[in-house]
Design a protein around this ligand. Structure first.
Ligand SMILES: NC(=O)c1ccc[n+]([C@@H]2O[C@H](COP(=O)([O-])OP(=O)(O)OC[C@H]3O[C@@H](n4cnc5c(N)ncnc54)[C@H](OP(=O)(O)O)[C@@H]3O)[C@@H](O)[C@H]2O)c1
Length: 329
């Protein structure tokens, strides 16, 4: 099969279209002809040699896909050849064919194209896990979502709205504010020109927020703790701004009974990912069908354009997902 491969770890120009062995489905897996996949920051780190795939995963990039089932393993009961599915992968999405465990696949809602379906799994399931499972957001609670126009951010805004959050406050660069507002954010902070700590305090009359979804880490840590209310939850998903803190007074954590939870979805066991897939599908599929949730797509490009697609994400130009359409060979 054709697949996007890496010559040697490095910049986007190391990506090329090559030949790779077509995967074979295990007894409990299905083989999918991939019609679309989407970019994630993890792909960039993996391309640079900074994020090896978990044991047993395909070495090919790509954490999600949508497509049509071509073959089912001997034990597969819930799917048949021709079914249209989408789902999370531990790797292997940038290819003509991919295998997925039968319980990790979800049926594509009729109203969604392959490109739209491929834009959902990684960011929506990450956001669902962060807002609901880890953040335990309750109706009327306030949430602060950093990088609100990112793939995960745009999903988190919609999920927080669906979970009846009180104030949804996000940070994003100015050009991306309209998208955040359209999705349901109540307050948008231009973090490049405004101090989010001061703004959040003003918006909340000094009370702060109950849940924070953070990707920036070190440079935001002190301010995040400062704008959390008592019993607040800080969910850490990435280290975009850096990993090391010079100094921090731990007193605030105790005084406010703060919970800090960090997570990476890719490293979770298959059993965990299956539970998450089920819970997410139960919550979200109907909402995608009736339009209350929607994938936010920055661009759909042919997979031959993968280098420029990676460069676009690396330079923070995208708002939402960059989707790769897997053209016929
Ligand atoms: N832990 C997990 O399970 C998990 C799962 C999926 C993704 N992630 C991580 O979550 C992050 C977002 O992923 P994504 O796919 O949604 O990314 P994305 O769509 O590429 O968006 C990232 C956005 O974050 C903002 N940003 C980048 N660097 C920043 C910085 N230093 N300070 C403030 N804002 C910054 C930029 O938007 P502005 O223009 O607004 O600055 C950028 O467009 C990535 O780091 C990714 O690796 C974690």
């Amino acid at each position: 099969m054709k697949a996007i491969l890496i010559k040697s770890f490095g910049k986007a120009d190391q990506l090329y279209m090559g030949e790779y062995q077509t995967p074979k489905p295990a007894m409990d897996e299905v083989l999918v002809k991939v019609r679309a996949t989407a970019l994630n920051r993890a792909d960039i780190l993996q391309r640079e040699g900074k994020y090896p795939p978990p044991e047993g995963a395909s070495l090919i990039l790509g954490l999600e896909m949508s497509g049509e089932i071509m073959e089912v393993g001997a034990e597969v009961e819930k799917w048949k050849v021709g079914d249209k599915v989408f789902g999370l992968l531990p790797g292997g999405g940038y290819a003509e064919y991919a295998v997925i465990h039968q319980d990790m696949a979800m049926a594509i809602p009729d109203n969604l194209s392959f490109e739209e379906a491929a834009a959902i799994p990684e960011v929506f399931m990450t956001a669902f896990q962060a807002v609901h499972w880890l953040g335990k957001l309750q109706p009327s609670e306030r949430i602060l979502i950093h990088a609100g126009a990112s793939g995960v951010g745009t999903a988190a805004i919609q999920l927080a709205k669906a979970m009846q959050a009180g104030d949804i406050i996000v940070t994003a660069s100015q050009a991306k504010h309209n998208t955040c507002q359209d999705l349901g954010a109540h307050y948008i902070i231009d973090y490049k020109n405004q101090d989010f700590k001061k703004e959040v305090k003003e918006i909340t009359d000094g009370e702060g927020v109950d849940v924070i979804i953070d990707f920036i880490a070190a440079p935001y840590f002190e301010r995040n703790i400062s704008v959390l209310r008592t019993d607040g939850r800080l969910i850490m998903l990435a280290l975009l701004g850096g990993a090391h803190l010079e100094q921090f007074n731990l007193g605030n954590l105790l005084r406010k009974r703060i919970q800090i939870l960090a997570s990476t979805l890719r490293s979770r066991s298959r059993e965990y990912q299956i539970r998450l897939t089920r819970a997410f599908a139960e919550f979200a599929i109907l909402r995608f069908q009736d339009g209350r949730l929607r994938p936010v797509i920055d661009q759909v490009v042919d997979w031959n354009e993968v280098k420029t697609a990676h460069q676009r994400m690396e330079s923070n130009q995208n708002t939402g997902k960059i989707v790769l359409k897997i053209s016929e060979s």
